[in-house]
Design a protein around this ligand. Structure first.
Ligand SMILES: Cc1cc2nc3c(=O)[nH]c(=O)nc-3n(C[C@H](O)[C@H](O)[C@H](O)COP(=O)(O)OP(=O)(O)OC[C@H]3O[C@@H](n4cnc5c(N)ncnc54)[C@H](O)[C@@H]3O)c2cc1C
Length: 420
């Protein structure tokens, strides 16, 4: 195998395989290499459904080899660094690969360690996270067996993949407990590092109604510091600074410790169930590379937000969760980014200016209860961009079917093969 490729793709996940397939559909003669270390490929959007007990975790995992496009070369290695001035990447094995065009899409890094104790307690002591294949099934065990008490759902302040996932599972859990007849015994708290429930006001209104109906207490500007499974405690900082205010917001909970000497106050709360989402950032090998945006605290690849071309290296593109394009990080966004990258890569190869433009489109399918879902679609300006000829802010059964049946099928049969 030659170590030079016309197009070298880093990461054979949602973005990498979509782009490789679409490029080869345009020109089957292209010489494409995909560097991807994992034998398995995951359909992560279904992990929310696994946590809600309606999807089999095994169906979210397929063999990577079955989805690598047949005219591409799979290099089963991990990239450790980039040498962009020499058009070269270096892998953990020490092997180096050269390219004319580089497409960078190794996804996002889950920074579990930023929450003390979380990694150690995941999957036991009623602490789980749908952000890991191994623990999404345990989320369902917790929800199913919950008999009432304090249930905590966290969301970090960093950008994350699928910004809706931390609260999607909360709405489904609340609906399950309502149907089980125990909701009045549940004290549900949403601890979010963000400032609002949802950034697009047309959709936020629907969610505010769901929160009210479920008697969910929301807290914003919260930073989770530690989770102790043995003690069943969560420690976090909150903007609420006065004891009276804190006691009112967490009425009905057992507050183990409140330290309000300096704002923000630090609170330790007893929980009976905790669904945690870790802070996230670019993979470390991206952060420390020349490709990273030095002004981005999370170290994402620095691209033009419309052409997705690197700001400093004209033969490098990036898409998916690892780029600094200020969109919501989802597979839905990748569906619109991939054709833009394909068109612009082909332009650069033909010595033309890249003119295809991505408008920040993303989508967040949010189940508001079992059997009903709101499909939020929007762009860089947070303007709703609805596909269907009805008001998508109203949760519907048809959109539930889209999420639970149609999208998983489309992913494995059309999206990864570049047909959709
Ligand atoms: C719980 C959850 C719910 C979600 N729900 C939705 C949803 O409803 N709708 C939606 O659109 N999106 C959703 N998403 C987000 C969606 O899954 C991601 O946005 C999408 O998978 C990102 O694609 P990607 O190719 O950028 O990264 P990934 O698909 O994560 O792929 C990255 C690939 O890069 C590889 N890689 C990593 N390091 C290296 C290295 N050093 N060298 C080479 N390769 C490397 C990895 O092995 C991996 O295969 C959800 C995600 C989660 C976790």
């Amino acid at each position: 195998m030659s170590n030079h490729f016309q197009i070298l793709i880093i990461g054979g996940g949602n973005a990498g395989l979509s782009v490789a397939s679409q490029l080869l559909r345009k020109n089957a003669q292209l010489n494409i290499g995909i560097i991807e270390p994992s034998e398995k490929h995951y359909y992560q959007p279904a992990w929310t459904l696994v946590g809600a007990g309606i999807f089999n975790i095994k169906d979210t995992e397929h063999e990577e080899k079955d989805y690598i496009p047949k005219n591409a070369i799979w290099i089963k290695e991990s990239v450790v660094t980039f040498v962009p001035n020499e058009n070269k990447v270096i892998c953990q094995t020490g092997n180096t690969y050269h390219y004319d065009i580089l497409i960078v899409c190794p996804g996002i890094q889950l920074d579990w360690k930023q929450i003390k104790g979380l990694k150690e307690t995941l999957g036991k002591h009623e602490v789980s996270s749908n952000y890991d294949y191994n623990f999404a099934p345990y989320t369902w065990e917790m929800i199913k067996n919950f008999k009432g008490g304090t249930a905590v759902f966290t969301n970090p302040s960093s950008p994350i993949k699928c910004g809706g996932a931390p609260h999607k599972i909360m709405y489904l859990a609340v609906d399950y407990w309502r149907k089980k007849g125990i909701l009045d015994k549940c004290n549900v708290h949403y601890l979010s590092g963000g400032g609002v429930l949802f950034g697009v006001k047309e959709y936020a209104k629907t969610l505010a109604d769901v929160v009210k109906k479920g008697n969910i207490k929301t807290h914003f500007g919260v930073q989770v510091l530690a989770i102790d499974g043995n003690e069943k405690t969560i420690t976090f900082q909150t903007k609420e600074t006065e004891t009276q205010q804190i006691n009112a917001s967490f009425a009905g909970c057992q507050l183990v410790k409140t330290q309000e000497l300096n704002a923000p106050a630090t609170i330790t709360l007893q929980f009976d169930l905790c669904h945690a989402v870790p802070p996230q950032s670019a993979p470390d090998f991206i952060k420390t590379s020349e490709l990273a945006d030095a002004n981005n605290p999370y170290g994402y690849v620095e691209v033009d937000k419309n052409t997705l071309q690197h700001m400093r290296f004209a033969n490098i593109f990036s898409l998916g969760d690892c780029s600094n394009a200020p969109c919501s990080k989802t597979g839905a966004a990748i569906r619109k980014q991939a054709p833009v990258v394909v068109a612009n890569v082909l332009s650069v190869m033909a010595n033309e200016k890249p003119t295809a433009s991505y408008n920040g489109y993303s989508a967040c399918p949010i189940p508001t209860q079992y059997g009903k879902l709101m499909l939020a679609e929007f762009d860089y300006t947070n303007t709703p961009t609805m596909t269907f000829p009805f008001n998508q802010a109203t949760p519907r059964w048809s959109m539930w079917l889209l999420k639970t049946k149609i999208l998983p099928w489309l992913y494995w049969h059309k999206i990864l093969s570049g047909k959709a």
